[in-house]
Design a protein around this ligand. Structure first.
Ligand SMILES: Cc1cc2nc3c(=O)[nH]c(=O)nc-3n(C[C@H](O)[C@H](O)[C@H](O)COP(=O)(O)OP(=O)(O)OC[C@H]3O[C@@H](n4cnc5c(N)ncnc54)[C@H](O)[C@@H]3O)c2cc1C
Length: 481
């Protein structure tokens, strides 16, 4: 930074402190680091300041002031996003606006099957509070102890329960949003049906903070599923896993709430992260499925799981399996799924993808994409797993053993190009659930049709003409104006 630009930053920090109050503004370089580093620690940037308002009105005031000062705003929830959407890329002109202090549960209404919460509520905390009232909010993901509901809505998060309950978009009734001019859009209704024209809340879901700051969310609840059966199954192939998924949907009356696919390498990776984790099944089947059926009331979920597994084992579709006999055993099965992520992280920088294709083409896509990676990068290891019931696979690539940091970067790039090439042939999505952020912007832009680009650009300029909100995220809107 030149002395001229440092003086400008200091001047802006002083204006923020004076007008918003010392309590709201962090500007000490050390304090800023955790807000400016991504989850994996691959990227660390900087910001003029971090703003931590306590109310919607304070968010609105901060937005108005940032506009006046020529600062743009990067909203942030739990900073668990995986595509660099929530950390700034311009340390001299951007502030992070963290929702972490806006974490009140405004109401839970069990009769209405709804709740209204501040956007900064941590997902697992709001789920626990809702569970205490006998109700359930189905969004579930590995980062739920840290991510915040405003971030979940802004990324339209998926997670393990999508196949039964849908993405975040389908789990909410309404939103309160501070718009780029500082006005407040009050769309916090809990009406189940409301067809009064265009549903404006949809604009902000999945917008990754590019159109406004979500300050509160009204949630759609369901009865708490107090019966849960969890099974880990060994199969002959991914193709058989997809056949099993189709059969489970029909035979289990759509009560299946999770269906995760894992390769045998999952156990090695999970053990590398959690050496004491029990693995209750032989680790040499070609494919594994972690499956959950859940319900409440008069259904008998254990009986349903038992009868289902008996029939699919008799037919040879499932080769081996274990059903969790207690909550702690079920938790251990899920820890294998979570541990495999940590195990990959422990192996150093690697390619993480989040792609989707049609379910009927998933097995062929994975085979083609893995072959393309092997041809492009000698010695690389593919780890394909994920929420396959949704056609979503994380086809991750661990660089060849012994690769230097530079070689890793090159191999990651080559593997990504190889996977995306195959994905384009299958007309798939480069982002099934994580969003675009800054990480996938170029790949997103390269695949945009002119009409879609124009629509997105017009929308952005209509709502945020001065490009205050999260510039650099999703699209380079200034290049399209
Ligand atoms: C271990 C792990 C497992 C994960 N599993 C899944 C998974 O299964 N499915 C899945 O979809 N994702 C998953 N993720 C990704 C991540 O957790 C989700 O994207 C999550 O929804 C992000 O929430 P957050 O509060 O951390 O948002 P942040 O990372 O803080 O922000 C994400 C984006 O939303 C914007 N934003 C945040 N809050 C607001 C707001 N209030 N108003 C406007 N914009 C806002 C940010 O600017 C940014 O662009 C996982 C991540 C980790 C680390």
């Amino acid at each position: 930074m030149t002395s001229e630009s440092s003086a400008l930053v200091a001047e802006r920090q002083a204006a923020l402190r004076t007008q918003l109050g010392e309590d709201i503004v962090l500007s000490d370089a050390e304090e800023l680091v955790r807000y400016c580093r991504d989850w994996h620690g691959d990227v660390t940037s900087g910001a003029v300041a971090v703003l931590r308002p306590r109310s919607t009105e304070q968010v609105a005031q901060a937005v108005r002031l940032c506009r006046e000062l020529g600062l743009s705003i990067v909203p942030q929830g739990g900073n668990t996003g995986l595509v660099l959407g929530g950390i700034p890329d311009e340390e001299q002109s951007q502030v992070v606006l963290s929702l972490e202090r806006m974490n009140k549960i405004r109401q839970i209404d069990s009769d209405d099957f709804s709740a209204v919460v501040d956007a900064g509520c941590i997902l697992s905390e709001l789920k626990d509070a809702i569970a205490e009232k006998g109700m359930f909010f189905p969004l579930a993901l590995g980062a739920q102890g840290t991510c915040r509901i405003g971030g979940n809505v802004s990324t339209n998060a998926g997670g393990i329960n999508v196949l039964r309950y849908g993405m975040t978009r389908e789990l909410i009734f309404g939103l309160e949003v501070v718009l780029p001019d500082g006005s407040i859009f009050d769309g916090l209704s809990t009406l189940r049906k409301d067809n009064r024209g265009i549903d404006l809340k949809q604009l902000f879901i999945g917008a990754e903070g590019t159109l406004g700051i979500i300050t509160a969310v009204s949630l759609k609840l369901t009865p708490y599923p107090d019966q849960v059966a969890t099974a880990l199954l060994g199969l002959a192939s991914l193709d058989d896993a997809i056949k099993l998924f189709r059969r489970a949907r029909r035979d289990c009356c759509d009560l299946m709430s999770a269906f995760e696919f894992m390769p045998p390498l999952a156990f090695t990776l999970a053990k590398e992260a959690m050496p004491d984790l029990p693995i209750p099944i032989a680790a040499d089947y070609p494919a594994y499925v972690l499956m959950e059926i859940s319900g409440c009331g008069l259904v008998d979920i254990d009986d349903l799981m038992g009868r289902f597994l008996e029939s699919v084992m008799e037919d040879g579709l499932v080769l081996d399996g274990t059903i969790a006999a207690s909550q702690s055993q079920a938790r251990n099965l899920w820890l294998i799924r979570e541990g495999m992520n940590e195990g990959q992280a422990k192996r150093g920088m690697h390619l993480r993808t989040d792609v989707s294709v049609k379910l009927s083409e998933l097995a062929a896509f994975v085979a083609d994409a893995e072959a393309a990676v092997e041809a492009a990068v000698t010695g690389a290891i593919c780890v394909s797993y994920g929420h396959v019931g949704d056609g979503n696979v994380h086809l991750n690539v661990l660089p060849a053993e012994g690769a230097t940091a530079d070689e890793r970067i090159e191999q990651i790039y080559k593997a990504k190009v190889a996977i995306n090439g195959v994905l384009d042939r299958y007309q798939g999505s480069i982002s099934a659930e994580h969003g675009i952020g800054r990480l996938k912007r170029a790949d997103f832009e390269a695949r945009l049709s002119p009409v879609r680009r124009q629509l997105l650009t017009s929308l952005k300029h209509a709502i945020d003409p001065d490009l205050v909100m999260n510039p650099g995220c999703q699209l380079n809107f200034s290049a399209n104006s």
